[in-house]
Design a protein around this ligand. Structure first.
Ligand code: KIV
Length: 275
């Protein structure tokens, strides 16, 4: 069990206080080195269950387990000094009952040292969010396009284009906020819906494919940096092409090895010492 205690990092109340203030900058990380790279620049690092698809090559996030999230959460905590680290509760670990969710959340908090958990769902999760938050587990909500409900929703699609669905999203956001969530991710919706929700709730809204009307933004780091290229959602902006750089480095290494240019004398240990 990890005993990581974070000192001087962004706290949950500090994240909550960013409502209607400077936009919250959030990215995902799954490993210690990536957390170290991101930490100076972001307010919040999410250990997202997107790791199932991005790191493990799964087709959906449904195969991600609580143990996987705890392992990656622990690794990220080792690299994050100043940002607030939140860990996703994976599919099957929290919707059964508030008690089951509490046990999953408590494991994440105790074993990783993260500041809170994120869970998907709206009004139907309000009781669970209240159960967790009143027992010391800060919760970030996630409404709109919720990848764990992919099959029930009939695929990845923008939510809230129809009035009825927009009303449901607003009701979901209100329920999640009233239940005690400290922030809510809004994924995949149109600007008018994101704006209405952001104006309606007292907690920060963090958008992903939900326009600039939100109080903050989150993206998957591998999407942003070009390390995940299987597909690119419309809402992703690519800021680097690191996948191409990795390919170039591998090609240069291969060329050097085949031509016996690597290792050079500077990479080799000196001659044996005479005794
Ligand atoms: O799993 C994840 O990375 C997420 C974010 C994209 C919001 O839920």
């Amino acid at each position: 069990m990890s005993t990581t205690i974070k000192k001087g990092g962004m706290t949950i109340p500090q994240i909550r206080a960013r409502k209607d203030a400077e936009p919250l900058v959030c990215l995902t990380a799954y490993s210690t080195p990536m957390a170290k790279f991101l930490d100076p620049f972001v307010d919040l690092i999410l250990v997202g269950d997107s790791l199932g698809m991005v790191l493990y090559g799964m087709k959906t996030t449904l195969g991600v387990t609580l143990d996987m999230m705890i392992d990656h959460g622990t690794a990220v905590m080792r690299g994050a000094e100043r940002s607030c680290v939140i860990v996703d509760l994976p599919f099957g670990s929290y919707k059964e009952s508030p008690e089951v969710a509490y046990r999953a959340g408590a494991r994440v908090m105790a074993e990783t040292g993260a500041s809170g958990v994120k869970l998907e769902g709206g009004a139907e999760m309000a009781e669970t969010i209240a159960f967790l938050t009143t027992r010391g587990i800060p919760v970030m909500g996630h409404i709109g396009l919720t990848p764990q409900s992919l099959h029930a929703d009939g695929g990845y699609r923008a939510h809230g284009r129809e009035e009825k669905e927009a009303e449901t999203m607003l009701a979901d956001a209100r329920a999640v906020a009233d239940a005690g969530a400290f922030a809510v991710v809004i994924e995949g919706t149109i600007e008018s819906v994101a704006r209405e929700i952001t104006e309606a709730v007292a907690i920060p809204t963090i958008g992903i494919g939900a326009s600039a009307a939100c109080d903050g933004q989150i993206l998957v780091t591998e999407d942003v940096t070009g390390l995940f290229t299987d597909f690119q959602p419309k809402f992703v902006k690519r800021y680097a092409e690191l996948g191409d750089e990795v390919g170039k480095a591998a090609q240069a290494f291969a060329d050097d090895v085949r031509a016996r240019r690597f290792p050079g004398p500077e990479h080799c240990f000196g001659p044996a010492k005479k005794t």
